[in-house]
Ligand binder design. Structure first.
Ligand code: PBG
Ligand code: ZN
Length: 324
């Protein structure tokens, strides 16, 4: 069958028809709200390159987490900015570390809310790299030992999901083993399995104060040119025990969201990163795009590509749009 028998516009004629044949929809259940936590009380430091986002002290982060939950968002992911950094990032496994404190406070206020801990060292090291430096580069295996300490400390504080983002080889296995040996075998791992060395992280590094002091992350994060390698990365993480897989950034990498969705039976998350947000906000502030429409389109298309979950700085706001 062909035109003129076939007319695709028949099913687009009214809003009711369009609703009936719509293949994908965004739900608050799909969304994860990132929060940046700093020491202090009543502290709110807006991040210039991320309009609407601020570094928050624990008390205000609890309020934001509660607002996310009230809006229908099931989870937050926490990034910590500690008051002291050292060469190993040891405050990341301190019982009184910033994310540990924030986790305990949020879980106390809203036990039902899922708290995801970003598991990495770049916010905690004085050099800003995602692990221990040996001979000018991140040393993989000593970083794995520290990852074990970090996840046990975070799980002890009540975190519900571990999300390792450092792209170390063997990180998922090391974390699984550390959790299982310490009575945390019920804690799932959301692996940043496919994470690229991307210019889209610029604003985040202001927010998290985690820009590397020398060099870049290209010896551990992936080359944006590679797609087949992404499958290998994901395969390894699955075999090491990952419960969910993440692709990051999202927008320029939606082909990989689709690849992972087709290749594996695990839930797939996409990280709508800071640079993707900043581009939209800047254009919207200039009146060049319709802010709400472009945000909804962007996130919906991540779902269409295969994302089951979306980490986005707009999560709470979007959840309100979806339910109003
Ligand atoms: C670091 C980390 C990064 C992001 C989340 N965790 C960036 C980096 O590699 O510097 C980026 C998030 C964003 O840009 O929104 N482990
Ligand atoms: Zn890192």
């Amino acid at each position: 069958m062909d035109f003129p028998l076939v007319r695709m516009r028949r099913l687009r004629r009214t809003e009711a028809l369009r609703r009936m044949v719509r293949e994908n929809a965004l739900s608050p259940n799909d969304l994860i709200q990132p929060l940046f936590v700093v020491p202090g009380k009543g502290v709110k430091n807006p991040v210039k390159s991320m309009p609407g986002v601020a570094q928050l002290s624990v008390d205000l982060a609890v309020a934001e987490a509660e607002a996310a939950w009230e809006a229908g968002v099931p989870a937050v992911i926490l990034f910590g900015i500690p008051d002291k950094k050292d060469d190993e990032g040891s405050s990341s496994w301190n019982h009184h570390g910033i994310v540990q404190e924030a986790t305990r406070a949020i879980k106390k206020a809203r036990p039902e809310l899922c708290v995801i801990a970003d598991v990495c060292f770049c916010e905690y090291t004085d050099h800003g790299h995602c692990g221990v430096i040996v001979d000018g580069d991140v040393d993989n295996d000593s970083t794995l030992e520290n990852l074990g300490k970090q996840v046990v400390s975070l799980a002890d504080a009540g975190a519900d999901i571990m999300a390792p983002s450092g792209m170390m080889d063997g990180m998922v296995a090391a974390i699984r083993e550390a959790l299982d040996e310490n009575d945390h075998d019920h804690i799932p791992i959301l692996s940043y399995a496919v994470k690229f060395a991307s210019a889209y992280y610029g604003p985040f590094r202001d927010a998290a104060e985690s820009a590397p002091a020398f060099g870049d992350r290209r010896t551990y994060q992936m080359d944006p040119a590679n797609a087949r390698e992404a499958i290998r990365e994901a395969q390894l993480d699955v075999s090491e025990g990952a419960d969910m897989l993440m692709v990051k950034p999202a927008l320029a990498y939606l082909d990989l969201v689709r690849d992972l969705k087709e290749e594996f039976e695990l839930p797939v998350a996409a990280y709508n990163v800071s640079g993707e947000m900043a581009m939209v906000e800047a254009a919207a502030a200039n009146g060049w795009v319709d802010r709400q429409r472009i945000i909804m389109e962007t996130l919906l298309c991540m779902k269409r590509a295969g994302a089951d979950l979306i980490l986005t700085y707009w999560a709470t706001e979007v959840a309100r749009w979806l339910t109003k």
